[in-house]
Design a protein around this ligand. Structure first.
Ligand SMILES: Nc1ncnc2c1ncn2[C@@H]1O[C@H](COP(=O)(O)OP(=O)(O)OP(=O)(O)O)[C@@H](O)[C@H]1O
Ligand SMILES: [Mg+2]
Length: 270
């Protein structure tokens, strides 16, 4: 079992503090939903966990199984088992889904040019990558398993993809990378029913006992398809409350007004 622990995390962007003491623990086998109003810092938290260079951690720590990952580069964090699905994935014209995945998988699984040399595969283009034939075989199997059309592999990453297609790529990526901790930043507003199903089916299939999910979401909608073990409310740069799935229903019904009254800057200390 693995644990991702966020301890009193403070982070800033351009000297403005966005994360103001986040505490959150994610264990393998758990699905943890994170809900909170626009601008409260949820995506920032996801980026900081992934090691985005834009953000500066000023206090606190992020640990995997007790080891800080703050000094790790983003690709090393991916290697350590962290996967981040962006709220707004970027298009990468010129890079096919297959090539992108092969590079990512090779990094995570530690394929190196040196290794290729000892195996007598050096000197060829791509010798620092997972061997093409093996990769293809696995990709085809996973595409079948996750209902992704084979023609997909040749298309340029996210270029002209529909919402559902972007989500399919994301699920495929997760299936190939087999992360310990998957952080999914969902732009629910952009998720049509097809995309919603792709994401939820993918998560349900990939939610094994050795993997933890952090689902950042605005609405209860996704949680009708994926049952979280915990729901945390994010407000003004920190987690202010954690409960069970019922908390998502309370938010859906009552909105965030009561959260603001209880935890906002104007709140009267009890
Ligand atoms: N790179 C950046 N440069 C400047 N400000 C930023 C940057 N990233 C985030 N912020 C600011 O940090 C605050 C939190 O933004 P963030 O995107 O994390 O919120 P969010 O909770 O994900 O919102 P939403 O629900 O709309 O997705 C916002 O005020 C935003 O403008
Ligand atoms: Mg966001």
């Amino acid at each position: 079992m693995s644990v991702l622990e966020i301890r009193n995390l403070h982070a800033s962007v351009e000297d403005r503090e966005i994360l103001k003491g986040v505490n959150l623990t994610l264990r393998s086998g758990e699905i943890h939903a994170l809900m909170g109003p626009n601008g409260s810092g949820k995506s920032t938290l996801a980026y900081v966990i992934a090691g985005h260079p834009h953000y500066t951690v000023t206090e606190g720590d992020i640990l995997i199984d007790g080891e800080s990952i703050l000094e790790l580069e983003p690709d090393e964090r991916t290697k350590a088992g962290i996967f981040l699905a962006f709220q707004y994935p970027v298009a990468v014209p010129g890079v096919s889904v297959a090539n992108f995945l092969r590079t990512a998988v090779s990094n995570v699984r530690g394929y190196t040019a040196q290794q290729a040399e000892t195996e007598g595969r050096s000197g060829v283009i791509g010798s620092n990558l997972m061997p093409m034939r093996e990769f293809r075989k696995e990709l085809n199997e996973k595409m079948k398993e996750y209902n992704v059309d084979p023609s997909f592999a040749r298309r340029y990453l996210n270029d002209g993809f529909s919402g559902g297609e972007k989500k399919r790529t994301e699920v495929l990526q997760m299936a190939m990378l087999e992360p310990k901790f998957a952080i999914m930043d969902e732009s629910d507003s952009g998720l049509d029913i097809d995309a919603l199903r792709v994401v939820s089916d993918g998560i349900n299939k990939l939610a094994t006992p050795d993997r933890g999910f952090l689902l950042i979401t605005h609405y209860q909608r996704l949680l009708n398809y994926v049952k979280p073990h915990y729901v945390s409310i994010f407000y003004d740069g920190r987690v202010v409350m954690t409960g069970g799935p019922e908390l998502a229903h309370v938010l859906e019904e009552k909105g965030y007004g009561w959260v603001e009254r209880e935890f906002g800057a104007e709140a009267v200390p009890a």
